[in-house]
Write a protein that binds this ligand. Structure first.
Ligand SMILES: Nc1ncnc2c1ncn2[C@@H]1O[C@H](COP(=O)(O)OP(=O)(O)OP(=O)(O)O)[C@@H](O)[C@H]1O
Ligand SMILES: [Mg+2]
Length: 367
C-alpha cells in the first residue's frame, strides 16, 4: 500500500518565505495525481518534501501508514524524475538504468532481468548499448523514467519531466506516461504548470496558487465546476473569458448587464443570483459556449449580443475569434468554416446555461 498523505504541510524558507502554506492532500494508492499551478506557486517544494529532499517546516507526511518526516530520502521507497534528468554521459543506457540497483547491491541476474523488463515496457530495449549522446530527446527521457522504474518504488514523483522536449515529443511522452501508469499502477504525483498535461494525465488534479491548494478534483469537475476565478481561468485553453458587470432586475426577470449589452439569466441560476441584484459581479464564459448567431437556428433574442470581431485566427479544425464589446475583449471558438469579416459588427449568442458567476471581491464561484 502506498497511499501518500500530506497533513497541514508548510514550508517556510528563511527569512520568511511561505512557499507552501498548510497543504492537505491525500493521494490514494495507485492514484495518478497531477499538481498544477503557475511558476513559483510551490509545486516543486511540495514534491521535494515528499521525496525527502527538503525539510518539512510544519505538518506531517505519511507514505503508507508511516510518518516519513525524519526518514531520509533513500529509505522512503520513492523514485523521482526531474526536469533536468542528467543521465551519466559515459555510461550506456543499460548502465544508467542499472546504476541505482548496483548501488543497492542487487545480484547481477536480478539487475539484468529488471533492466530488460523495464526497457521492454518503455520500448528502449534496442538502445541498451548506446550512450546518452547517441539518443534523441524523447529516448533520453524514457531512459530517465526507466532508471526510476527499475527500482520498483512504491511512489513515483515527476517534476515537469517533459518540459525540455519539443511540442510533438511532449504529446507522445504524455501518452507513454499514461500508459505506463495503467501498466504498473504505482502511486504517481506529477508536477506541471501545463494545464493540458494536467487535464489529460491525472485521475485527479490539485490546482495550487501561492502555496495554497485551491481545488482538488477530477479533471472534468475542475473544468466544469471551478471553485474560484483563478481555477476557472487557469484550466482551459483559450482561458475562460471574464466580464465585469451588474445583475439587474428591470422587470420580473434578472439580467447580467455589461454596459454595452445585457443577457437574460436562466431560471436555474436565479436563486443564487438574486442576492446580487444591483451589485457588481464577474461573468465567466468559455470560448466554446459562445456561438455566431448565423449558425444558430432559433437563437433566443435575449441572449444575442452585438460585438466587433477584431481578429480571425484559423486553427485548422476550428477558428478563434478575437472579439470586443468596447469594454471587454474575449475569444470565441467557432467552426472551421466560420470566417466573419474583420472590424465589422457581428451577432453572437451566449449559452446562458453554461455561464459562471464570480464574486468581485473574493473571486469565489457564486454559481
Ligand atoms: N531555497 C529557497 N530559498 C528561498 N526561497 C525559495 C527556495 N526555493 C524556492 N523558493 C521560493 O519558493 C516558492 C516556490 O518555489 P517552487 O520551486 O516550489 O515553485 P514551483 O511551483 O515549482 O515553480 P516552477 O513552475 O517555476 O518550477 C518560490 O517563490 C521560490 O522563489
Ligand atoms: Mg518547479
Amino acid at each position: 500500500m502506498a497511499q501518500v498523505s500530506l497533513v497541514n504541510i508548510s514550508k517556510i524558507y528563511p527569512p520568511n518565505i511561505r512557499a507552501v502554506n498548510n497543504v492537505n492532500l491525500n493521494i490514494e494508492n495507485k492514484e495518478f495525481l497531477v499538481l498544477v499551478g503557475p511558476s513559483g506557486c510551490g509545486k516543486s517544494t511540495t514534491l521535494r518534501m515528499v521525496a525527502g529532499l527538503e525539510d518539512i517546516t510544519e505538518g506531517k507526511i505519511y507514505i503508507g501508514d508511516r510518518i516519513v518526516n525524519d526518514i531520509p530520502a533513500k529509505d522512503r521507497n520513492i523514485a523521482m524524475v526531474f526536469q533536468s534528468y542528467a543521465l551519466y554521459p559515459h555510461m550506456t543506457v543499460f548502465e544508467n538504468m542499472a546504476f541505482g540497483l548496483k548501488l543497492r547491491r542487487y545480484p547481477k541476474s536480478e539487475i539484468k532481468k529488471r533492466v530488460k523488463e523495464t526497457a521492454d515496457i518503455l520500448s528502449i530495449a534496442h538502445l541498451l548499448d548506446r550512450r546518452p549522446r547517441e539518443l534523441s530527446g524523447g529516448e533520453r527521457q524514457r531512459v530517465a523514467v526507466g532508471r526510476a522504474i527499475v527500482r520498483k518504488p512504491m511512489v513515483f514523483l515527476f517534476d515537469e519531466p517533459l518540459s525540455n522536449l519539443d511540442a510533438k515529443l511532449r504529446v507522445q511522452m504524455r501518452t507513454e506516461i499514461n500508459k505506463l501508469h495503467q501498466r504498473i499502477l504505482s502511486t504517481m504525483i506529477y508536477v506541471t504548470h501545463d494545464q493540458v498535461e494536467a487535464m489529460t494525465m491525472g485521475n485527479r488534479i490539485a490546482v495550487m496558487r501561492d502555496g495554497i491548494i485551491q481545488q482538488v478534483a477530477d479533471p472534468m469537475t475542475i473544468y466544469d465546476k471551478p471553485v474560484n476565478k483563478f481555477v476557472a481561468g487557469f484550466i482551459g485553453s483559450p482561458p475562460m473569458n471574464f466580464m465585469r458587470g451588474r445583475i439587474i432586475k428591470p422587470d420580473g426577470h434578472i439580467y447580467f448587464n455589461e454596459g454595452r449589452f445585457k443577457v437574460k439569466i436562466v431560471d436555474s441560476m436565479r436563486g443564487s443570483l438574486m442576492p446580487h441584484v444591483d451589485k457588481e459581479i464577474v461573468l465567466g464564459i468559455r470560448s466554446e459556449d459562445i456561438y455566431d448567431k448565423l449558425f444558430v437556428s432559433q437563437a433566443p433574442p435575449e441572449n444575442v449580443i452585438t460585438v466587433t470581431c477584431e481578429v480571425v485566427e484559423p486553427m485548422g479544425s476550428e477558428v478563434f475569434l478575437h472579439l470586443t464589446t468596447g469594454k471587454h475583449s474575449f475569444i470565441a471558438r467557432v467552426g472551421a468554416h466560420n470566417r466573419p469579416e474583420v472590424n465589422q459588427d457581428m451577432d453572437l449568442v451566449f449559452d446562458m446555461n453554461k455561464v459562471h458567476f464570480f464574486d468581485t471581491e473574493t473571486e469565489k464561484t457564486i454559481i
